[in-house]
Design a protein around this ligand. Structure first.
Ligand SMILES: NC(=O)c1ccc[n+]([C@@H]2O[C@H](COP(=O)([O-])OP(=O)(O)OC[C@H]3O[C@@H](n4cnc5c(N)ncnc54)[C@H](O)[C@@H]3O)[C@@H](O)[C@H]2O)c1
Length: 264
């Protein structure tokens, strides 16, 4: 039996990038999936996973910043599967901007999607998990904000650091009800978001940004969405049954170097 067989997972941000990679790993481990995204491409992802892995899939095209549509999506999942075992709150946005040029709209954009999006999806799913006497919530934070940052990331960093507080507070509140909550702190994986960040950093040569990024990482490469998927699957399954309120850095060692000049 596969480690997620018989489980139902709600994954947001599943149309591309990490959410898609996580959905693929979850499907490979036998989970049935409610896949949500603001981009209708999520329907194609669901169709492919259904065909490739034989798992049941449902989709919801929603804006996670809108609490009502998150609830409607969860309802759709419950009608199909009757329960939720896992929530992977992955949908997120990042726009680089100089702090003084960052508008209130830019700040709200990060807060609404990155913080309220996780808040809304968790609120939509948690009552069903309580009904089911347990569940696992996997929150996509970042190394950015809590551990490191690059210029232009103030709004993004504050939103991702906030998710660490969210994870810990929710974990301690619901541990007695057998709800586990853990956060993933990723360095860089090559996704449409990473490519957009590279484009914002150097519109003339975004590929050079990604190449330099890889060089600065001790493992000399960016992560793969499926590598993040393996961590998310571990956190979502019973192998991690005594882990809650924890932060997991997955970064190829990117947060390790103390300097770029010292060493043998
Ligand atoms: N890529 C990285 O290197 C990296 C590193 C650390 C953390 N993260 C985090 O991982 C998550 C996924 O990142 P990614 O690189 O796959 O990004 P991406 O932009 O490649 O994909 C994000 C997905 O989320 C969806 N989405 C965006 N706003 C939404 C909304 N309001 N409602 C519903 N869906 C929405 C997009 O349509 C897209 O499918 C984000 O939370 C990001 O902050 C990414």
């Amino acid at each position: 039996m596969k480690k997620l067989s018989g489980k139902t997972a709600f994954i947001t941000g599943a149309a591309m990038g990490l959410g898609e990679g996580i959905a693929k790993v979850y499907a490979g481990y036998g989970a049935n999936l409610l896949l949500a995204d603001i981009n209708p491409k999520v329907e194609q992802v669901a169709k492919e996973l259904n065909e490739q892995y034989g798992v049941e899939t449902v989709t919801a095209v929603i804006d996670v910043a809108d609490a009502k549509s998150c609830k409607a999506a969860a309802q759709k999942g419950i009608e199909k599967f009757g329960k939720f075992d896992i929530l992977c709150a992955i949908a997120g946005v990042c726009k680089l901007e100089n702090f003084l040029e960052m508008s209130e709209e830019d700040l709200d954009f990060h807060i609404n999607v990155n913080i309220k999006g996780v808040w809304n999806t968790t609120k939509a799913v948690l009552p069903y998990m309580l009904e089911n006497k347990g569940g696992n919530i996997v929150v996509m934070s970042s190394v950015t904000g809590d551990l490191v940052a690059d210029p232009g990331e103030v709004a993004y960093a504050l939103s991702k650091a906030a998710l660490i507080g969210f994870t810990k507070a929710l974990a301690v509140e619901y541990a007695p009800q057998n709800i586990r909550v853990n956060a993933i702190q990723l360095g860089y994986a090559r996704t449409p978001m990473a490519e957009r960040i590279a484009m914002q950093s150097n519109p003339d040569d975004p590929e050079a940004v990604l190449t330099e990024m890889a060089k600065s990482i001790p493992m000399r490469r960016l992560g793969l969405p499926t590598e993040v998927g393996e961590l998310a699957a571990f956190l979502g399954c019973s192998e991690s049954s005594y882990i809650t309120g924890s932060q997991f850095v997955i970064d190829g060692g990117s947060t390790l170097p103390e300097s770029v000049s010292v060493g043998v």
